[in-house]
Design a protein around this ligand. Structure first.
Ligand code: UDX
Length: 468
């Protein structure tokens, strides 16, 4: 598996890796060296039912630890990644089927194993070309909703009209999705997008995928996105949902952090768990904006005011890079602030009644799998579309708005309104009911020993790559 070295990309890769191991495959994750000062906190016990772990191998991004902007990083990665990854593969594996008889079982003899498939990540599109050059099949793991796959695909392949500088407010109508207004679209497809590196990346990705990928696997499940999955299969490169990759059966059993396969780029602070034990069921608001988004001082202040005024007990993840200093971090009894939480454990705790999130897809799916309703405060990338899905398609939460429209900085009154709506407002019973139903559906999609849609798809995928 070739992963982009970001938290939101490593977790789904590692979790899919766990599933593949449970089918008897050996899995290695290859990623670039982490930024200086970053460590990879792997689960303390990552052994699986088959008794072997996921290995990590690192290759150079060509920057030798230099800190650069994202455009330079992506350029260097696509320039040096293919050669360095190929070298790494040759050092560790055979790739010819005829060498399969030489394969043996222990970790020490990994160099004698046959590499039967590369699973790439959308942010390393060139990995599909590496697989092609080595003569092995390639699958791509799409780590966002299928809805986003459809939006990006149709945008980068010019299959539908999207907003332009001359028509910035165009509503986008795509098969299987509700009408998407500008504020519902991912920031990368807007005419105002300033992240050129990502546009280039997505174009390369769809090109490499159409040329060389045999499968596109998605971290989603049929019952969650049935309409867009069915409609996309009619005219787009087929996408196979294999999620939720976080394992719903482990959430709430106290062992999920080790067992669900997440890695952490920050050290996990468990101090909030004991505090949660003392709170009433469904009373706590959990606040986290994932690994990349940071709130401005104004955004933090509104949210803090809303929590104070609403008197909701809270757990708030503040990564230490946010603008301004949260006064709540000095205590006060109402809430607890941590630098990095054991998120799946927190979401599964009976005390948590609402998740205030940026709407990153991992966080969203983890909340769906745990049955926790959401208040979505999207910041960029896929998050506005995820917010639209949460509110209008899944019906498991609300999106914050200001003056009826979406704004980057929302006031404390609006934050308070949104949290109240989920906790005990007129729509809260409906939202909680939907969350309970989707939690069950998520569990059924992947249940061990079951015949859920995602479970069956993973089995088929394994059978196909092993059979090649
Ligand atoms: C990025 C993008 O920003 C997001 O929009 C896209 O959908 C995926 O890639 P990120 O912003 O990090 O991801 O958010 P998210 O997808 O939610 O992933 C964060 C991961 O970190 C989750 O798996 C979450 O469980 C974990 N996490 C977060 C923790 O373990 N502890 C924390 O305190 C916060």
């Amino acid at each position: 598996m070739v992963a982009f070295s970001a938290q939101g990309h490593l977790n789904p890769m590692l979790r899919l890796g766990k599933r593949l191991i449970s089918h008897g495959l050996h899995v290695t994750i290859a990623t670039t060296h982490l930024q200086p000062g970053r460590r990879l906190f792997k689960p303390s016990s990552s052994s699986s039912a088959t008794g072997h772990d996921i290995d990590f191998l690192f290759y150079s991004d060509g920057l030798d630890g230099r800190k650069v902007d994202i455009d330079t990083f992506m350029d260097s990665l696509s320039q040096h990644g293919p050669t360095n990854l190929t070298k790494l593969i040759h050092q560790n594996y055979h790739t010819a089927p005829s060498d399969a008889n030489n394969s043996t079982g222990t970790r020490k003899t990994r160099r004698r194993r046959r590499l039967c498939c590369i699973v790439s990540n959308p942010f390393v599109p060139w990995a599909a070309n590496v697989a092609h050059d080595l003569g092995i099949p390639c699958a791509m793991l799409w780590i966002q909703p299928v809805a986003l796959y459809a939006v990006y695909y149709r945008y980068y392949r010019n299959l539908n009209p999207f907003p332009t500088l001359t028509d910035p407010d165009l509503t986008v109508n795509l098969p299987g999705l509700p009408p998407l207004r500008t504020e519902d679209l991912p920031s990368f497809v807007l005419p105002t997008n300033t992240f050129g590196a990502f546009s280039k990346l997505f174009s390369e990705m769809f090109g490499a995928m159409e040329k060389h990928a045999s499968w596109v696997l998605a971290n989603s499940f049929h019952a969650l996105e049935a309409d867009v999955i069915i409609n996309s299969s009619k005219d787009l490169f087929p996408v196979v949902p294999v999620g939720p990759l976080v394992d719903p059966s482990l959430l709430g059993k106290g062992e999920e952090e080790e067992a669900d396969g997440a890695v952490n780029l920050w050290e996990v602070d468990h101090s909030c768990m004991e505090w949660l034990d003392e709170q009433a069921a469904g009373s706590v608001v959990y606040v986290s904006f994932g690994s990349l988004a940071t709130l401005s001082a104004d955004q933090s202040a509104s949210l803090e005011r809303a929590l104070k005024e609403g008197r909701w007990p809270f757990v708030w993840v503040v990564k230490g890079t946010e603008a301004g200093e949260l006064s709540t971090s000095s205590g006060g009894g109402q809430g607890i602030v941590v630098a990095w939480a054991p998120q799946t454990k927190v979401l599964a705790h009976r005390a948590v009644g609402c998740f205030v999130t940026h709407g990153g897809w991992n966080s969203t799916l983890e909340a769906v799998a745990a049955g926790v309703p959401m208040v979505v405060y999207p910041q960029w990338s896929d998050q506005p579309t995820n917010a639209k899905l949460v509110e209008d398609v899944f019906g498991v939460g609300v999106r914050v708005r200001e003056n009826g429209d979406v704004k980057m900085v929302v006031g404390s009154e609006e934050m308070g309104r949104a949290i109240r709506e989920v906790m005990d407002g007129p729509k809260s019973e409906q939202i909680k009911g939907n969350a309970r139903r989707l939690k069950i559906a998520a569990g059924e999609a992947v249940a061990a020993g079951g015949e859920g849609t995602s479970k069956v798809s993973v089995r088929k995928f394994v059978d196909e790559i092993v059979g090649r």
